[in-house]
Design a protein around this ligand. Structure first.
Ligand SMILES: C[S@@+](CC[C@H](N)C(=O)[O-])C[C@H]1O[C@@H](n2cnc3c(N)ncnc32)[C@H](O)[C@@H]1O
Length: 472
């Protein structure tokens, strides 16, 4: 074995499809070629009769790379992949002296090695474990149960960016392997960029603490129900769990309506309201500049920027009055702080519909089959009977019904106070969105709110006696 004095490392031949001398750069693990990136690994080359001896030695010293197959070279010698980028002179001498004195053990690089059967058949999590074990052992450290327990079991894929949960890679040891560690993790999981999240910080913005570990930026794109959403994962979050509500919103008939989305985020509801439900115009309120920037991009990406006005700031200070046919209040655990604004922006002449999100607690075994017993509920039912309307919507759980009735009463009182005249609030529907925690459901109340003068029976959106003013 020769030594490359200048580099101070073992010299290695490059063995590509053409065999020795194909010209791979020394010590690198990937290289650019005409056809894109090639992988380069280092192997010990020996005569076929010494293969078994060599394998045992490498296995014993945890130097054998099990991710790649042993390769027969054109001259009949065998190349055994090793972990790391070189093998010490000491190991090479030991290999020769202790059992293979006649062998000509030398190092060589192999271009595009063939993955072993074992590594081809395993899950991404197993592959990640294998690759990291190789990385750790290849750098002369010991693989431990602690490290194995610290690997991620799930992650979110956003195109080529993988978002890891906060409960992985917490052991101090990983620090020693950075930054190469993140390249290995990303490639094992089939990505190019990598980020890791912390806890969602308490407070209104629900801003995730996400750190970019690999890659130049955190912008990603999703297509959901035909709508393109882009956002920066380090600044905003994507709610995969709200899909049922996004689909329900998309199926609403909002043609000609003006809508206020009080908690617009990156546009999870603003966009389906505009694109699928055909709302004429949306006022989207958002106080987080990062989310607002993503929302603007999303409106542009989907060609609806001219039908939306973004109000950057606290929606409680919103300077709009009596313009909305519909208000969306998509904030959990509660959107209560937005109720006064929602009531202010509802049209005074015709009223409109509120979609109020909330986390409602329920207790097991108490399914609702009875009419409401609460005072607000009884009032609501009396009003429904007096107006000749059907009884209110069936609601799956008693707690949801009680909560909805309390909200209807509270919103009625707010509307009276704000507009100086009585309003009727009617529960149209309570929609479950997802289970948020054990016995806590994220639900949406659809609440129809009409000033009494125009809430007569049979008066629909198109035929309200008060008529509708011009749209924005
Ligand atoms: C959980 S996100 C909801 C986004 C979307 N409605 C959904 O349900 O997926 C709530 C958004 O409301 C914004 N927000 C919270 N309180 C606000 C306030 N008082 N004024 C304006 N925006 C607010 C947050 O910044 C965040 O982007």
């Amino acid at each position: 074995m020769e030594r490359d004095a200048a580099a101070g490392t073992s010299a290695a031949e490059a063995l590509g499809p053409q065999g020795p001398g194909a010209g791979a750069p020394e010590g690198s693990s990937t290289m650019e070629g005409e056809g894109g990136k090639s992988e380069v690994i280092v192997a010990v080359v020996t005569e076929p009769q010494f293969t078994q001896h060599c394998r045992e030695y490498l296995e014993k010293h945890r130097l054998l790379d099990r991710r790649h197959r042993v390769k027969q070279l054109p001259d009949g010698t065998m190349a055994l992949p090793i972990l790391g980028e070189t093998l010490s002179e000491q190991h090479l001498q030991a290999l020769k002296q202790r059992g293979a004195p006649d062998s000509t053990c030398r190092l060589a690089q192999i271009l595009n090695p063939v993955p072993s059967k074992k590594s081809q058949n395993c899950s991404p999590a197993q592959k990640l474990c294998q690759e990291l074990r190789c990385l750790v052992e290849g750098q002369g450290h010991t693989w431990s149960a602690e490290l194995e327990k610290d690997l991620p079991h799930s992650w979110q894929r956003h195109g080529d960016l993988l978002l890891l949960n906060e409960d992985s890679f917490r052991a101090a040891h990983w620090k020693k392997l950075e930054p190469g560690l993140w390249k290995t993790v990303a490639s094992a999981l089939g990505g190019q960029r990598l980020a890791k999240r912390g806890r969602v910080s308490p407070g209104g913005t629900r801003a995730p603490k996400v750190i970019l570990l690999l890659g130049a930026h955190g912008w990603v794109e999703h297509v959901d129900n035909g709508i393109r959403y882009t956002f920066d994962v380090t600044q905003s979050m994507f709610s995969f769990g709200n899909i049922t509500e996004k689909l329900r919103v998309a199926s609403m008939a909002c043609a000609g309506e003006v809508l206020v989305d009080l908690y617009a985020g990156i546009g999870y509801f603003t966009l389906p309201f505009l694109i699928h439900a055909n709302a004429a115009f949306v006022h989207a309120c958002e106080w987080d500049p990062h989310a607002a920037a993503a929302l603007r991009k999303n409106l542009e990406l989907n060609g609806v920027v001219d039908r939306c006005c973004i109000h950057l700031g606290d929606n409680r200070q919103l300077k709009l009055w009596s313009i909305a046919d519909r208000v969306n209040l998509g904030l959990i655990p509660s959107s209560e702080e937005g109720w006064p604004t929602a009531c202010r922006v509802l049209r005074q002449d015709t009223g409109g519909i509120l979609h109020i999100h909330h986390n409602v607690e329920s207790f097991p075994g108490k399914e609702l089959q009875l009419p409401s017993s609460s005072e607000a509920g009884q009032k609501e039912q009396r009003a429904a009977r007096n107006s000749g309307r059907q009884t209110p919507a069936k609601i799956a759980k008693l707690e949801w019904q009680k909560w909805a009735e309390a909200v209807a009463a509270r919103i009625g009182a707010l509307l009276l106070q704000l507009h100086g005249k009585p309003w009727e609030t009617r529960i149209l529907h309570v929609q479950p969105v997802k289970s948020y925690a054990p016995h806590v459901d994220h639900v949406v109340l659809d609440l129809d709110c009409r000033p009494f003068s125009c809430s007569g029976e049979g008066v629909g959106k198109a035929e309200r006696s008060c008529g509708q003013g011009p749209k924005v």
